[in-house]
Ligand binder design. Structure first.
Ligand SMILES: NC(=O)c1ccc[n+]([C@@H]2O[C@H](COP(=O)([O-])OP(=O)(O)OC[C@H]3O[C@@H](n4cnc5c(N)ncnc54)[C@H](O)[C@@H]3O)[C@@H](O)[C@H]2O)c1
Length: 362
């Protein structure tokens, strides 16, 4: 029998700019330089704007805790450990994940422009947040990109397809295709049936998890997010899309984890409590290298228009392309502010108080 979730908590709305300033200030107090603190704060607020609250400012207290515990080193700079013309291997040196990943991506974007294609292997990087942001960074530069990101640190929490025990974490995958008008196609998701951050948001806001994504410690289906967060014997997530999603989950572990990071979730790999590391393998392609870029763009635009013209099924307002939902939410939240639930706000103000900052609004 699925357990019932708690009642919904109240929500406040805060503008993107003041929220960014506030989060950057917290990161600076914790030891980050002003520029990196701002890049990281913009990334987190950008996730909220895109509608992915699981990877938004609610992560800031975790980042501050990891800094205090020494897992995340706010002033660390990335190190290039291998530099072939079209393959760059970068050690994130446990720096501020979103800032380090954006810097590494900028380096490899230049290489892709020069060589037509380039690969980035990014390792030893603290949590890098919403992977779609890096797809957008490449797409804004006119480049196609694919990103395979494994997750290590915590104990496994996602079972492989058909398995009764967890072996991996949420292993996100992203593919982004640029469009001339800037409304890029950005497919970006966890290969678990839902991201852990979304379960945490469900727990914070008293919302049940969707059906079919979670099992409890006995392997029984449940929609209660608390089943996942209890200490001791706890539930775990399933991969999305049966054997197909389960297959992609394993490919991501092998490319992001084994190939780029030399660090997977196999049992000999070190665990770091809840402090999360990401390893990322990115492939970046310049469409110009394929010749006749105008023909490509015209064909892609015609196909997207054809796809969007599909009459929607009942329950769907319209047929969308990946990236459209984030754009719609971004427009709404840019206009009306970002909704922050009471638990997230309380976590942020507590983290601020621990840094000696007591002037955040109640
Ligand atoms: N850094 C990490 O360790 C880590 C781990 C897991 C997830 N994440 C991030 O968490 C975020 C959320 O992941 P998720 O699995 O919850 O994503 P999700 O299930 O919300 O799926 C998002 C993707 O589906 C597309 N989409 C959604 N509805 C659509 C529709 N109706 N039509 C067409 N496309 C549609 C979106 O445009 C987007 O590309 C992602 O940004 C991911 O990168 C990060």
């Amino acid at each position: 029998m699925p357990r019932r979730a708690k009642a919904k908590a109240p929500i406040r709305r805060i503008g993107a700019e003041p929220l960014t300033t506030m989060i950057a200030r917290l990161l600076e107090h914790a030891g980050a330089g002003p520029r990196r603190a701002l890049v990281c704060a913009r990334h987190l607020v950008g996730a909220n704007l895109a509608g992915h609250d699981s990877h938004g400012v609610g992560m800031a207290p975790a980042y501050l805790r990891w800094i205090a515990e020494g897992w995340m080193v706010p002033e660390a700079h990335l190190i290039i450990t291998s530099d072939r013309p079209a393959v760059l291997v970068v050690d994130g040196a446990y720096g501020l994940g979103p800032a380090v990943a954006a810097e590494a991506m900028a380096l490899v974007i230049d290489r892709a422009r020069t060589f037509g294609v380039a690969c980035l292997a990014l390792k030893n990087t603290c949590h890098i947040g919403r992977i779609g942001a890096y797809g957008e960074q490449c797409a804004d530069a006119g480049l196609v990109s694919m990103h395979f990101v494994n997750v290590v640190g915590p104990d496994p929490a996602v079972a492989p397809f058909g398995g009764r025990q967890p072996r991996m974490l949420t292993n996100p995958y992203c593919c982004a295709v640029p469009r001339p008008d800037g409304d890029h196609v950005v497919l970006d998701f966890a290969t678990s049936a839902v991201a852990i951050g979304k379960l945490a948001m469900a727990l914070k806001t008293g919302t049940p998890a969707p059906e079919g994504v979670l099992v409890d410690a006995e392997g029984e289906p449940t929609t209660d997010p608390a089943a996942f967060f209890t200490s001791g014997a706890r539930g775990h997530l399933l991969p999305f899309g049966l054997h197909k999603g389960g297959g992609l989950q394993i490919i991501v572990e092998l490319l992001g984890g084994a190939l780029a990071g030399h660090l997977t979730m196999q049992p000999a790999s070190p665990r770091r409590g809840l402090a999360t590391l990401n390893n990322m393998m990115s492939v970046i392609i310049d469409p110009d290298a394929f010749g006749d870029c105008q023909a490509y763009e015209a064909e892609a635009e015609a196909m997207l228009a054809y796809i969007r013209s599909t009459p929607p099924l009942a329950g769907h307002a319209a047929v969308l392309a990946p990236g459209d939902p984030e754009r719609i939410t971004r427009a709404e939240r840019s206009a009306n502010g970002i909704p922050i639930d009471a638990r997230t706000w309380s976590d942020i103000t507590k983290a601020a108080a621990a840094l000696g900052i007591h002037d955040l609004p109640e």
